[in-house]
Ligand binder design. Sequence first.
Ligand code: ADP
Ligand code: MG
Length: 150
Amino acid sequence: MSLFLPDEAATIAFAARLHSALPADLAGWTILLEGDLGAGKSTLVRALIRAMGHTGAVPSPTSTLVEPYVLPRGKLYHIDLYRITSADELRFLGWNELDDGFRLVEWPDRAPQLLSDADLQIRLSYQEPGRNLAIAGLSGRGELLAAELS
Ligand SMILES: Nc1ncnc2c1ncn2[C@@H]1O[C@H](COP(=O)(O)OP(=O)(O)O)[C@@H](O)[C@H]1O
Ligand SMILES: [Mg+2]
């Protein structure tokens, strides 16, 4: 499934749609966000975190790797693997301890083993002046969600 997002507002509107389609219990769900620098991964994540009830800042986890949130619907972890140089560094991140929350991962291609843990892949690419968004389900429940979003 793919769709054209003509501007930033369309990316934010998609985040709202994604939010309404997500199940109530998100513990253990993982969404991978792929795309080049500036493709809109953080824009989408920020809008989703705000749609989930967060009112403060959404800092980039580029240097901290993970930024945790406690939201009305549970824990959420915003993860950015841009800076990791080997998949082994996931151990330092404590990936396995983050399964009590909703994991949103930017630059997941840095750690290909995450694919087996993930539910949904969202790929953003430049299609000037906007962006193209492609969604793929990576688990049974992820495929159902992808179908609902298409
Ligand atoms: N659908 C869109 N069309 C055009 N520009 C967009 C769209 N969505 C987001 N943007 C812009 O593109 C940039 C994306 O930056 P960011 O979200 O930080 O990207 P990434 O996290 O993928 O590096 C921002 O300047 C944002 O305003
Ligand atoms: Mg980013």
